[in-house]
Design a protein around this ligand. Structure first.
Ligand SMILES: O=C(O)c1cc(=O)[nH]c(=O)n1[C@@H]1O[C@H](COP(=O)(O)O)[C@@H](O)[C@H]1O
Length: 232
């Protein structure tokens, strides 16, 4: 399975189909809130039916009972990966797993990944706006350990935290890392960014790449270039 997950941050089915037309093989894509709120969950089933792997990124964060019910229904879509916010706490993350298992009805449940600190958050914003003291790494590691205790399969973090997470939570605990930029790209709204080469060096299991591929002059060539680095 591909190590590069392409974020389909589009607002229409046409844009998605035009983009995916460029690939003559299945890829791993991420469907997030922009596309889901524009097209509904039907777009997930369409993209799955085309043979692509799907990370459904709706970042659930609510009381445990609500998250369990939500995840139960998302599992029925047959997606490969889903996520929750670690800041919802251990009981909420455990409920997410229960919901996914119930929804999968004995089949393999989707992977469940916890979002630690968003890659658009800097240390200053975390300390001053969010009121969380210390280094970003301390908070990310704390959340990752909670996610592991709750039975999640891994976390979303930046490339800069992936190695420490593997050391603390084990090599099998997945690190899914957005905030990926090629050296020539603009950083945009991201703060904790890294290149695909650094992601490879730091042992990231998956990278999530949006604009560097979707806004590239040749998305297929850029995807292939990045995937070759990741597969090393
Ligand atoms: O959960 C995510 O996928 C996510 C978490 C995070 O901390 N940072 C982050 O950028 N993402 C997602 O990863 C993608 C990054 O997009 P680009 O910045 O365009 O590469 C977007 O779809 C974000 O929603």
């Amino acid at each position: 399975m591909s190590k590069t997950i392409v974020a389909l941050d589009f607002s229409s089915e046409k844009e998605v189909l035009d983009f995916l037309k460029q690939f003559d093989h299945p890829i791993y894509v991420k469907i997030g809130m922009e596309l889901t709120y524009a097209c509904g969950l039907g777009i997930v089933e369409k993209v799955k039916a085309m043979g692509h792997h799907v990370f459904l990124d709706l970042k659930l964060h609510d009381i445990p009972n609500t998250v369990k019910g939500g995840m139960k229904n998302l599992a029925k879509l047959g997606v490969d990966m889903t996520n929750v916010h670690c800041s919802g706490g251990i009981a909420m993350m455990k409920a997410a797993i229960e919901g996914l298992e119930e929804g999968a009805k004995g089949k393999k449940r989707p992977l469940c990944i916890g979002v630690t600190q968003l890659t658009s958050t800097s240390k200053e914003a975390m300390n001053e706006e969010l009121g969380i003291p210390g280094d970003v790494l301390d908070c990310v590691l704390h959340y990752a350990k909670n996610a592991k205790e709750a039975g999640l399969d891994g976390v979303v973090c930046s490339v800069h935290e992936a190695r420490a997470i593997h050391e603390a939570c084990g090599e099998d605990f997945l690190t899914v890392t957005p905030g990926i930029r090629l050296a020539s790209d603009s950083v945009d709204d991201q703060k904790r960014v890294a290149t695909p080469s650094l992601a490879k060096e730091e042992g990231c299991d998956y990278i999530v790449v949006g604009r560097s591929i979707t806004k590239s002059a040749d998305p297929e060539a850029t995807y292939t270039q990045i995937e070759e680095i990741m597969e090393g």
